[in-house]
Design a protein around this ligand. Structure first.
Ligand code: SAM
Length: 224
């Protein structure tokens, strides 16, 4: 068995322009106000996740951040190193204006998550994974692995349901997530979320996945 210490390879998916749900698709959703996913407030489950982070200087990323109400909560709680990224330019321009006077504590990036480079202690997930075509799920897992610092955490919410209509959103199950994330992450927690917004109650899993060391991840991958 090859146990050579090596980071699992990360390959970018197709360029954003060739993805079915790219920049134009998402920007138009914000332009016409078709944002049914928007909770209009920080998600209680993510507030819970944030309350568990004791280091106020921890680097925290919110990918596919949307209106990023959780970022307001992070700043209120004194966090100093927050990064938001989204591909929808109109949304990002509004966020940049909203946080213009706090740019020493929060960075707002217009861009494709899959092309983003950085290193984070925590990445917060809410309705970003489900917004991506399922073909990108393996790339999402690998990208999360590479963006997280050693022992970093991916925390938040994943749907535990299927949707009748063609997505986005795309659903999934705990078994699928276990198979996808398990080789790269310690699944510290993945269970029904009792802090969901009422309209999602009983349909979401609260997750806390810790990045495995490269050798552990390779061992798992080589077992396959
Ligand atoms: C369903 S919305 C969720 C927004 C936010 N997380 C929330 O819960 O309100 C999905 C978001 O992901 C963004 N997005 C989609 N594909 C992306 C990509 N490849 N890189 C960065 N953001 C992306 C969209 O612009 C949109 O804001």
């Amino acid at each position: 068995m090859n146990t050579e210490k090596q980071e699992p390879l990360c390959c970018a998916p197709e360029p954003l322009s060739e993805q079915p749900y790219g920049q134009e698709f998402w920007n138009s959703k914000y332009q016409v106000g078709e944002t049914g996913w928007d909770l209009n407030a920080a998600s209680p489950a993510l507030v819970h996740a944030i309350d568990g982070i004791s280091d106020k200087n921890a680097s925290i990323l919110i990918p596919g951040c949307g209106n990023a109400y959780e970022a307001d909560y992070l700043l209120e709680q004194g966090f100093t190193n927050v990064t938001l990224i989204d591909i929808a330019p109109d949304l990002v321009n509004a966020l940049k204006a909203r946080y213009a006077d706090q740019s020493d504590r929060i960075r707002v990036i217009e861009g494709d998550f899959f092309a983003h480079e950085g290193e984070y202690n925590y990445i917060l997930e809410q309705t970003f994974f489900c917004a991506l075509p399922p073909l990108l799920r393996s790339a999402y897992v690998r990208k999360m692995y590479h963006l997280l610092a050693s022992e970093g955490h991916l925390m938040g919410l994943l749907f535990n349901r299927e949707f009748e209509q063609e997505g986005p959103p795309y659903g999934g199950t705990a078994e699928e997530y276990q198979a996808l994330f398990g080789p790269h992450f310690h699944i510290l927690h993945m269970a029904d979320c009792d802090l969901s917004h009422p309209k999602r109650l009983g349909t979401e899993l609260y997750i806390d996945f810790e990045k495995k060391c490269a050798a552990c991840a390779n061992l798992e991958l080589n077992k396959k």
